[in-house]
Design a protein around this ligand. Structure first.
Ligand SMILES: Nc1ncnc2c1ncn2[C@@H]1O[C@H](COP(=O)(O)OP(=O)(O)OP(=O)(O)O)[C@@H](O)[C@H]1O
Ligand SMILES: [Mg+2]
Length: 301
């Protein structure tokens, strides 16, 4: 074992990420929007030091919907925070279009990427339209009427009605709150959207509708999406590729079908347990066979 001056074990490890059949793990440089290279995340110091990521590699390709799965506490949300530039790598790098995420100026961040936080609430003291307009208003560069018009466009884009504009967050359903949060994330038309458990807390119907909306947004706006989800229906409905976090790194990345067949205890428990098999069933039905050729596994959410 080799320990460097930071106290990190630098012993050569196995390839940090395995891609499954079809070379799904590597892509030409131009194709990559987010590159995570040999990332270490260590919280605390000395005896308190706690390693979340260790030599983690992952590329996010332009235009894809990449889903991160992993057990609770494996560092999925922290990984999104790295992409946002809110957490600095202890070692290694996270780059967006070749620039270190943590070095990008916070001004204009909403134009680079939108984020739907895991426990993300709206500002409870602001009504719907002011919540949506918030990132644009913060720029302080546009007349208020223009900001309001832009927010109204986004309100309707996420399937809400003009009469919802003046409602307070406490008067909205869970599904409507998610839609407002999505409109706020997209107000500056960012090319990259990060979603942390986007359908958590929604009932099956609300979850299906929100998946449909995300698919529409992805298609219409040409977004690149990085999503964390525990929900297999959401995963199969949306994912172009899936990356699995375990053992402090990405152990495998590939299409949902490829990843399901990768041998690892977490994957077997997550995808092939009772809940996982139930979610997989419609994909394996003969009628789904043709649809499975589409860019997405193409099952309705
Ligand atoms: N700022 C921080 N300081 C110290 N520890 C942190 C910090 N942020 C996260 N952690 C720890 O890092 C680990 C990974 O956290 P993270 O929130 O990324 O997990 P997760 O994979 O998103 O889990 P879940 O599925 O439950 O949301 C956890 O043990 C968490 O307590
Ligand atoms: Mg999390």
């Amino acid at each position: 074992m080799t320990i460097d001056t930071t106290g990190i074990d630098t012993t050569a490890r196995e390839p940090a990420v395995q891609s499954v059949a079809g070379g799904t793990g590597t892509a030409p440089q131009d194709d990559v929007l987010v590159r995570i290279d040999k990332l270490w995340t260590i919280f605390g110091q000395g005896a308190e030091a706690f390693t979340v990521h260790q030599d983690l590699d992952l590329d996010v390709r332009r235009g894809e919907i990449l889903t991160l799965v992993g057990g609770s506490g494996t560092g999925k949300t922290v990984l999104l925070r790295h992409i946002l530039g809110l957490t600095r790598p202890s070692r290694g790098s996270v780059t967006i279009n070749g620039v270190a995420a943590a070095d990008l100026p916070s001004a204009g961040a909403s134009a680079r990427m939108g984020m739907l936080f895991q426990h993300g609430a709206l500002f409870s003291a602001f009504n719907v339209i002011d919540n949506i307009a918030f990132p644009l208003r913060e720029q302080d560069s546009l007349p208020d009427a223009v900001v309001r018009d832009a927010a109204m466009v986004k309100l309707q884009m996420v399937g809400l009605q003009p009469e919802h504009a003046l409602r307070m967050p406490s008067d909205l359903s869970g599904g409507m709150i998610k839609r407002v949060a999505l409109a706020r994330a997209l107000i500056m038309d960012p090319p990259l959207l990060l979603l942390d458990e986007p359908t958590a807390g929604l009932d099956p119907r609300g979850s299906d509708e929100f998946c449909e909306l995300l698919l529409d947004m992805h298609r219409e706006l040409g977004l690149t999406v990085v999503m964390v989800t525990h929900d297999l229906d959401t995963l199969y409905a949306l994912s172009t590729r899936v990356a699995v976090l375990a053992e402090k790194r990405v152990i495998v990345v590939g299409t949902p079908d490829e990843v399901v067949h990768f041998k690892h205890p977490f994957i077997e428990q997550f995808f092939l347990g009772e809940r996982g098999l139930r979610a997989l069933e419609p994909l394996q039905a003969p009628a789904a066979a043709t649809a499975a050729q589409a860019p997405h596994p193409a099952r309705s959410c």
